[in-house]
Design a protein around this ligand. Structure first.
Ligand SMILES: NC(=O)C1=CN([C@@H]2O[C@H](COP(=O)(O)OP(=O)(O)OC[C@H]3O[C@@H](n4cnc5c(N)ncnc54)[C@H](OP(=O)(O)O)[C@@H]3O)[C@@H](O)[C@H]2O)C=CC1
Ligand SMILES: CC(=O)N[C@@H](CCC(=O)OP(=O)(O)O)C(=O)O
Length: 343
């Protein structure tokens, strides 16, 4: 059995990790931290875990966490980089669900996240945990940077087009919508029921912190810089991301359906839908699957890609478990085979 710890077990990604790891056949959860709830039983706070998890929250302690095989950070940005060096020194492997190790250029990190980076050496060795791009490197990584929720959907949606050179990569457009759990569990005015329900709006139109992360991944896939307009929106639902992606085709006769089916044929968590499909967020709710449909509206020269994921699963905790499975040589789908919840 692999022993696991979670730092930050009371946020939405933390409790989602608990749900997935409690049912994982190869994992024993040893430590789950919360400074604000230390001493409280996990199932007192989260009754969905009654009878499946006999643990209480503790203070984050490097000694106890460092004895685990793997430690997940489901914490605000800046937390993982403060603790990861000591844990890795103690021999455990680390998966950060936050953004501390996602960006290669640490000046770009500081610009978007408003903090200096405290461990550039670890940043240099960390692996960006998008298995569909970096599967082999993830297997050997000591430190994995789990991608952001929007970047997972947008990169997977664009990858086949960008890798193949079939589209104009200077003018990519990503129009994405997220449910409110993406904003985390901390109370914020814009996610109050009376603000978010019966309401719909864009945010971050001038620049969102996921823009440099998406650009970095797509540039790597393309072999050169890409131009991207990315606009996120908040929709009145709890879970789910829907990304509508646009790119101008350089070869309007290209077989887009065949391209996507071939690129993702061996991927356990990317489902390319039949021609003409329009995926719904509820088709991935609670599951680790990304469902993608590719269109060429009116047979014109624009490629239109529709991608849906659950922001808390493939966009966060599920992808983190997928990465852990790769790091420990397990079946990549272990603990992630459950079907989405519909309706
Ligand atoms: N929500 C989403 O859809 C996604 C979120 N993420 C990322 O995952 C991370 C967690 O997100 P989310 O679950 O929404 O976060 P929350 O803000 O809801 O939860 C934060 C958790 O971290 C703990 N925590 C906060 N500060 C510290 C600290 N300094 N040291 C140790 N523990 C701390 C908190 O517990 P306590 O204060 O009691 O210790 C709490 O359990 C974030 O980096 C987020 O950006 C990534 C992808 C998607
Ligand atoms: C709806 C909503 O507010 N979503 C969050 C993004 C989700 C997230 O947590 O992103 P990181 O993992 O990079 O922090 C936002 O736009 O800030």
């Amino acid at each position: 059995m692999i022993t696991a710890g979670i730092v930050g077990g009371t946020g939405y990604t933390g409790v989602e990790l608990l749900r997935l790891l409690a049912a994982h056949p190869e994992v024993r959860l040893e430590v789950i931290t919360s400074r604000g709830n230390a001493g409280t039983r996990v199932d007192e706070l989260f009754p969905n875990l009654r009878g499946v998890l006999d643990l209480s929250f503790t203070e984050p302690d490097a000694g106890r966490l460092g004895a685990c095989d793997v430690v997940f950070f489901a914490t605000p940005n800046g937390t993982c980089m403060a603790m990861a060096p000591e844990l890795i020194e103690r021999g455990c492997r680390v998966i950060d669900l936050g953004a501390d190790f996602r960006l290669r250029d640490l000046a770009v990190f500081s610009e978007w996240y408003g903090m200096p980076h405290s461990c550039p050496e670890l940043a240099a060795e960390s692996v960006y945990g998008l298995p569909e791009m970096h599967r082999e490197a993830i297997r050997d990584a000591r430190l994995v940077a789990n991608p952001g929720c929007y970047p997972t959907a947008v990169q997977l949606g664009f990858l086949p087009l960008v890798e193949s050179g079939l589209v104009d990569i200077e003018h990519l457009i990503a129009d994405a919508k997220s449910g409110a759990s993406g904003a985390g569990r901390q109370p914020k005015q814009h996610t109050l029921l009376c603000e978010a329900a019966e309401n719909f709006h864009a945010y971050g139109a001038a620049g969102h912190r996921h823009l440099p992360e998406i650009r970095q991944g797509l540039a790597e896939a393309a072999g050169r810089e890409v131009g991207l307009t990315f606009v996120p929106h908040l929709v009145p639902m709890i879970r789910g991301i829907h990304a509508t992606l646009y790119a101008r085709l350089r070869d309007p006769a290209a077989d887009l359906q065949g391209l996507y089916e071939e690129r993702y044929a061996a991927e356990p968590f990317v489902d390319v839908l039949p021609p003409g499909s329009q995926p719904e967020t509820r088709s991935v709710r609670g599951g680790n699957m990304v469902r993608i449909a590719v269109h060429r509206p009116q047979g014109g020269d624009m490629a239109l890609v529709l991608a849906v994921e659950d922001n808390l699963v493939k966009g966060a905790a599920g992808q983190a478990v997928q990465n852990m499975n790769l790091m420990f040589g397990l079946d990549e789908t272990a603990g992630l085979k459950h079907v989405a919840v519909l309706p």
